[in-house]
Structures are given as C-alpha cells and as structure tokens.
Design a protein around this ligand. Sequence first.
Ligand code: SAH
Length: 316
Amino acid sequence: MIPASYGRLGQLAGRFREQVKARFETLNQRRVFWESVLQGPVAEMIFAGKDRKAEQLLEQALEEGSTGHSDGEVYLVGGGPGDPDLLTFKALRLMQQADVVVYDRLVSRRVLDLCRRDADRVFVGKACNQHVISQEEINALLVRLAKEGKRVLRLKGGDPFIFGRGGEEIGELMAEDIPFQVVPGITSASGCAAYAGIPLTHQNYAQSVRFVTGHMKDGQCDLPWPELVQEHQTLVIYMGLLSLTQICEQLMRHGMSPRMPIALVENGTLPEQRILTGTLADIADQAAVTDFQPPALIIIGKVVALRDRLDWYSQS
Ligand code: SAH
C-alpha cells in the first residue's frame, strides 16, 4: 500500500539529514520540519517524478528555516466509547499529528495507543467526583501548551459536546484567541446501544430519545422526573450508576411501570463489555450482586426488550 516513490523521498531525506540537524537545534523543530517536508510540496514533487524540483524546494525550506507550523493549536477530539475501530478518520489523523495528548480516564487504552508514539501524554483524571485536576486547571493547561507552540490533542471519551465539558474548554481557547478544531466522536449512548443490540428509537416503541446525566449533587440526583416518564421515549442516563437506586425509585414514584425494561452497559464496545438487563423494580439489586462498576450507561425503555432478538455482539 506504500507508493513506490516513498523510497526516493526517503533517499532525499537521508541526504539532507545532517544539514537539517545542523540547522534546527531541538528535536521538536526537526520533527516539525520533516513533517512539513514529508507531507507537503516536497513530497508531492517526488511523487510526481520531479526529483530535482523536490530537492530545490527542500534546500529553499532549509534556508528559510521554515518549519511550517509555528503557532500552537488545540484539537478537541472525541475518542468514542472505547473500541478504537469507532474513531473517525479525522480523529486518527490528528492523533498521529499532535505533539502532546491531554486525556481523560474514559479514553480507552487501545485508543490512546493510536496517538503518536513520541507525543507527550498528560493524564487529567476525571473519575466521577474525584478530578485529578480541576476543569479550570485543564483549561489553563490547554492554553499554556498551545501558547508554547504545541499542537495539543485534547482527547475525550465519547463525544466532546455530550457531557464532555467541551464547551467550557473551547470557550477558554476562544477567549485567548487560540486556534482549535472540534472533532465529534461516537457518544457512549450510540456505542453502547449498538453493541448491546438495543435500538434507541424504534417505529413501534420509541419516537424520541433523551440523554440525561445522573451525576449527583450533595447526594441527590435532581432531574425533571415527570418529563422523563413518557410513553414512547427512551431514556439514556450517563454517570448514573451510583444513583441507580434513586433513579429507579423516582421514576416509579412518578408513574413509570415497575416492569419497564432497563439495561446497564459496563465498558460498552470493549471486549470486556458487560450487560445486565432487568426491570426498574429489580435492577438495582442485580447490579449490586454482579458488582457493576463505572463507566456504565443506563438505558431505560421498551426498546431494551428488543435486545433478546437483536443482540449480535455478545453472540459473535
Ligand atoms: N462525552 C462522553 C460522556 C462523558 S460522561 C460521551 O459522549 O460518551 C461519562 C459517562 O459516560 C460515564 O459515567 C458513563 O455513563 C458513560 N460512558 C462513557 N464511556 C462508556 C463506556 N465505554 N461504557 C459505558 N458507559 C460509558
């Protein structure tokens, strides 16, 4: 799959290696220079068979000392729910390009492994309730790294704009005039539902789907309960495992049937994915017995019952 002309490009690069070393002091400058050569007009000339022209362009770039990217920028990228095959092409390209990766606990190991090997990695925690560093510190970190001229990959689980604090982070970048891009990812609701064989909408059972957070404040899960109890609506609850008992009780108190099907998906889309199905009345006890752990997603609605027929992933 590698074009034959890459050999000639490699030879050209080899001939200039020492000169580039002498011209650029730091490893980072050299790498940025070589990237601009290998992904820019010099490479294109080689691919077009114009080797002499390519050499002239390379000499010129070396003389000007232009490393291409001098300004830093931030890529706010959704890393999806876990399975690396669910990344977008755009996410993967930026992951291969960034100088530093700032990532959360929810980013799966297998996704992280696809980032450029020599990129610096900064873990910023974020298991529920116990942030390793605060959101303000993360915002400030992104700004500082970009101002140092780095290409910063802010890698998040799922989609950055769904319970991902993506808005806060780019708000800060915007205020500081730092260029950035946002790359959507597959949110865990989509990923978990697909891999659990539960269609979130269905012509007969659900005409709408609602994403809510079950994150508790002062031990309370404060949600607009009456709105959540709707006949033809699927409810997806993020960050809700710790408040599962409360959620089920409140929904029943507000009129949802105790027999309403409910599913918990732990580590969705990953090989270790576990799924538990039950009813509003019995799921909390079952979850305790089977020791379900975050990250887990809760799906409530009649569509959950379809899993009996549509489960394709755990059977494969
Ligand atoms: N931006 C993310 C959500 C972050 S909130 C997204 O779009 O998916 C964190 C919550 O997402 C977790 O508490 C859990 O409810 C859910 N979650 C993320 N990844 C998950 C996975 N692989 N399996 C199950 N739930 C997951």
